[in-house]
Design a protein around this ligand. Structure first.
Ligand SMILES: [Zn+2]
Length: 466
């Protein structure tokens, strides 16, 4: 049976959207046609989308859904439920915030068995290398196995707060990059200078400087700039594909842009919280906005937007990481309060409202930074990230004029808080389709429905580094 989605508009060049019909069969888009090009026929079901804007399903390349191991914070059911309600048809889950961490094929399969029955949307999995795993003599074989299994990318930390996934020094990073270059899989790096951050942290703590702005001062712009510069050098040395996750400072964007100008295979992502907030907001909102890395200055924020507009930054991802609410955000010390915010449900409305509606980015660029570019980075660009013939029928039905107010209590992830609490966004997800199946819908009366967990499927990386 084919389904013909009619009465809709899809993004065209710039800010244009054109009327179209989308024909779906067996979970794939088999044609995109002009409106009225087919008469109603018996072998086609028709779904009228009421003139709505239809966008490619969002690919959130950076989420921490904590399952198994830290499921007091999030689990794969609640995390993917929030994703579905936010128009995210594919999440890419980090390897470090589940136990055992995804540092071997056996650990990957253990995790897949647990999370697959819970998934509301499609998902990819990051693999990782950490100081812990490099202590094992066969870490290179384990890494090769992960790549062969189709992990999305390999995560490493230059500064980690996790004992179960410790950070790597420069020589270790060089060893890992030498392997990933050979394997044709990219590396995603948490880039902060650990020596500098440890030094500043020790000094501040020994001087009883215990506020949130002290925490922010322990992870200054220079920490990211130094680390990204180190990665640029290692990228040049090894030729490995290097991606900087959650870029939060302006000067780091300059380094990445220059490296690309020199032909180095380097890229970066930023997150909505870095585009929306500064240290001033951290001071005002408190630990609810605490993240690692931490929000910086208004100058940094403006440079990040510029990077998103220009293409110097490849795409936007959320770094969704929800701590147990309220306990873990109110520990009595800014140093121990949980660093992380839930974000997967709000990224698309935020970027539409603050990006497209405010004329910072075009609709065309919105599609690029939320779908097409991450699809290329994760090697699924022949299957996801675009509305085109032969692609998975992953799409968002978006009410672009609906204005609504963010209430954390209405979110769908497990621990509900948001630095966007009380903000009004224009544009809201009405439905999400994954491989042709409607997995989320909010009707005119605000009643919500979800397809059962287990509807989402594991997606493997298909192509080598682009
Ligand atoms: Zn992260």
């Amino acid at each position: 049976m084919r389904t013909r989605f009619v009465n809709l508009r899809i993004p065209a060049a710039g800010n244009d959207a054109r009327a179209a019909e989308i024909l779906v069969e067996d979970g794939r888009i088999v044609a995109i046609e002009p409106t009225g090009s087919a008469l109603a026929s018996d072998d086609e079901e028709r779904t009228d989308l009421g003139g709505a804007l239809v966008l490619p399903g969002v690919i959130d390349g950076h989420v921490h859904f904590d399952d198994p191991g830290f499921t007091h914070r999030e689990d794969f059911e609640t995390g993917t439920r929030a994703a579905a309600a936010g128009g995210v048809s594919c999440v890419v889950d980090m390897p470090c915030t589940s136990l055992p961490p995804v540092t071997s094929a056996a650990n990957l399969h253990n995790k897949l068995e647990i999370i697959s029955p819970k998934a509301h949307v499609d998902f990819m999995t990051w693999g990782g290398v950490c100081d812990n795993s490099m202590a094992e003599p066969d870490w290179r074989e384990q890494l090769a196995e992960l790549a062969a299994e189709g992990v999305a990318s390999i995560k490493v930390y230059m500064l980690s707060g996790m004992d179960t996934f410790r950070d790597l020094g420069r020589d270790q990073l060089r060893e890992v990059l030498t392997e990933t270059e050979r394997l044709g899989v990219p590396v995603g790096v948490h880039a902060e200078d650990r020596e500098l951050v440890h030094e500043l942290t020790d000094w501040l703590q020994s001087h009883e400087q215990n506020g949130l702005l002290d925490y922010a001062a322990s992870r200054p712009m220079e920490a990211e700039l130094n680390a990204v510069s180190t990665m640029r050098d290692l990228c040049r040395e090894t030729g490995a594909r290097v991606h900087i996750v959650h870029v939060g400072t302006g000067p780091a964007v300059d380094v990445i842009a220059e490296a690309r100008g020199d032909g180095l295979p380097m890229s970066g992502e930023t997150c909505p919280h870095f585009l929306a907030f500064t240290a001033e907001d951290l001071n005002e909102k408190g630990a609810v906005l605490k993240t690692a890395p931490v929000v910086k200055s208004a100058t940094d924020r403006d440079r990040l937007w510029q990077g998103v507009v220009s293409g110097e930054l490849d795409y936007v991802a959320t770094d969704h990481a929800a701590g147990q609410w309220p306990e873990e955000k109110h520990t009595g010390s800014a140093w121990t309060d949980y660093g992380g915010v839930p974000g997967v449900e709000l990224m698309l409305p935020y970027l539409y409202s603050e990006g497209v509606k405010k004329d910072r980015i075009t609709l065309e660029r919105l599609v690029e930074i939320t779908a097409s570019a991450p699809a290329r980075f994760f090697g699924i660009e022949r299957r996801k990230g675009r509305l085109a013939r032969g692609f998975d029928a992953d799409f968002v039905v978006f009410d672009k004029d609906e204005s609504w107010t963010v209430r954390a209590a209405d979110l769908h992830n497990m621990n509900r808080y948001s630095p966007h609490e009380g903000e009004t966004f224009t544009g809201r997800v009405r439905s999400l389709y994954v491989r042709g199946e409607r997995v989320f819908h909010r009707d005119r009366h605000g009643r919500e429905s979800f397809a059962p967990p287990g509807t989402g499927e594991w997606v493997k990386r298909e192509s080598e580094v682009a």
